[in-house]
Design a binder for this molecule. Structure first.
Ligand code: 5RP
Length: 233
């Protein structure tokens, strides 16, 4: 596979760099999103070429499991294994402390389970995702039980957020997560105390989890395009 679009090329190179860190015998958390999709493809390529052996993937979403099967990555579950060696996942915002906002693909609840369990969690992003303060460019996703949408919306508004129910691309119905829930996107225009906010939000009855990942990431691989060339740092 070779891309000519510079943004796709850059995502491809970040995905390749992350996939290169996977070692034989590893249990690998497989993230969700367009950047991680390249990492999944390159892990699959390395398995097919015989370079990687004895890999088991733990997908963070239905989308990730479909991609993993397409690229020949054997899958397992958290019932079967007691550790995850390495996880690779994207992000929607990354701050200087490697704290993240995730959930642009509505998969953050399962992503947090898998990414938090990994001994080494690599985030794969392009430089547009880097922010000084979380919440400055991306609304914070909150997964909510459908029957609790109204009270959770009111609770989030009381915290100062502008709340929108995430709709599907055709706008004819809400996005439904892999767990059968809905997503509220909360615009906060900058989050001062993300660790506290993560806990506060998860204490609202009806909230499954929110997209703040505080102290979870170990390494951030950043892709950039300069003069038409993709680089990773
Ligand atoms: C899914 C996510 C994604 O990792 C995040 O939205 C980044 O995706 P992409 O690599 O396509 O920009 O959190 O819930």
């Amino acid at each position: 596979m070779s891309e000519t679009d510079p943004v796709k090329l850059m995502k491809q190179e970040v995905g390749r760099a992350a996939a290169a860190q996977v070692k034989s015998g590893s249990i690998v958390g497989l993230g969700t999103g367009s950047t991680t999709a390249y990492a999944i493809q390159f892990i699959g390529d390395r398995i097919q070429s015989g370079e990687l052996e004895d890999i088991q993937g733990i997908p963070t979403s239905f989308q990730a499991s479909v991609l993993a099967k397409k690229h020949g990555i054997p899958l397992t579950t958290l019932d079967e294994v007691s550790r995850i060696d390495i996880a690779i996942d994207g992000a929607d915002e990354v701050d200087p402390q490697k704290n993240l906002i995730k959930g642009g693909g509505a998969a953050h609840t399962r992503e947090k389970v898998v990414d938090s369990l990994a001994d080494h969690f690599i985030v794969v992003v392009d430089s547009s995702k880097l922010v000084d303060r979380l919440g400055s460019t991306f609304a914070l996703p909150v997964e909510v039980l459908p029957m609790a949408i109204a009270p959770v919306t009111r609770a989030l508004e009381a915290l100062g957020g502008k709340v929108e129910l995430r709709m599907g691309v055709k706008k004819d119905g809400p996005v439904i997560t892999d767990q059968g829930n809905m997503v509220l996107d909360v615009t906060l225009e900058g989050i001062d105390q993300p660790a506290e906010l993560e806990k506060t939000l998860n204490n609202i009855p009806g909230v499954l989890d929110n997209g703040l990942f505080i102290g979870v990431a170990d390494e951030v691989l950043i892709g950039e395009v300069k003069d038409g060339q993709a680089t990773v740092r």
